[in-house]
Ligand binder design. Structure first.
Ligand code: APR
Length: 228
């Protein structure tokens, strides 16, 4: 039986594809205050602004390609049972060919009903507009978990993390909970790796290997270490 690898990814894995990370720009996300575009309060205040913000993210994401970091995770699937738990709403893991992806914070190319959160729709195009409605007649919103909202997929992510043989973290500042706490649910003593160009100089845990590099080159090192 193949060993199980669980990979937690964040905005950093998509940086080399040309998608900006969140916290490299003073709390502004593509020139917007996160509170205006990624909270239920922001949505109540100005739905048009929020819809347009995600329309632009979708338009951008449509035209970007996965990078060597995403592709390395596909390669790992040949040798391991891989589950990716991503905080990213882009679809670059799927575009690269990863088959088992849990999107903790939702998916950019899906929309969701505002009266019934179980109604989620694939989007055919990049634009979601005021007046676009779900089958129950209510406005559609981006299928994104905003700050202050529950993270329904967290339970599933905890369950897979608790069965991991190897745990890898790529490109996340580990500042946003509950995602940041996922490593705490892994079995004691398993090998863990963190890939990020900005890391502390020493590892707090002997089983945790810090790879202070970008996703592309850092993941290459992990492939060399994990694939015979
Ligand atoms: N390769 C790997 N990591 C990189 C790269 C790269 N080329 N470039 C930057 N990074 C790292 C940064 O050093 C940082 O640690 O990626 C991390 C990005 O951190 P954040 O911008 O905080 O993104 P993330 O951790 O994914 O944010 C979590 O916060 O805004 C919310 O819901 C949103 O899912 C998001 C969550």
């Amino acid at each position: 039986m193949k060993k199980k690898i669980v990979v937690l990814t964040g905005a950093g894995i998509s940086a080399e594809s040309g998608i900006a990370t969140f916290r490299d720009s003073n709390g502004l996300w593509e020139n917007h205050d996160i509170m205006d575009v990624a909270t239920p309060e922001g949505w109540r205040k100005d739905r048009e602004l929020v819809l347009e913000f995600y329309n632009q993210r979708r338009k951008q994401a449509k035209n970007v390609e996965p990078n060597a970091g995403h592709l390395a995770l596909v390669e790992l699937e040949k040798h391991y049972e891989v589950t990716i738990v991503t905080q990213n709403i882009d679809n670059l893991h799927e575009k690269a060919g990863s088959t088992n992806v849990i999107h903790l914070h939702g998916e950019l190319f899906k929309s969701q009903s505002t009266v019934d959160s179980s109604l989620v729709y694939e989007m055919e195009d990049w634009e979601l507009k005021l007046g676009d409605k779900c089958e129950k007649g209510s406005q559609l919103r981006p299928f994104v978990v905003w700050f202050g909202e529950a993270v329904p997929k967290m339970e599933e992510a905890i369950l897979v993390a608790s069965k991991a043989d190897i745990f890898i973290v790529v490109g996340t500042s580990l500042l946003v909970y509950p995602a940041a706490g996922l490593m705490d649910y892994t079995p004691l003593g398993i090998p863990k790796y963190v890939v990020d160009p900005n890391l502390p100089s020493t590892s707090p845990d002997p089983n945790l290997t810090l790879i202070e590099e970008k996703a592309s080159t850092g993941m290459q090192k992990i492939l060399e270490a994990l694939i015979p």
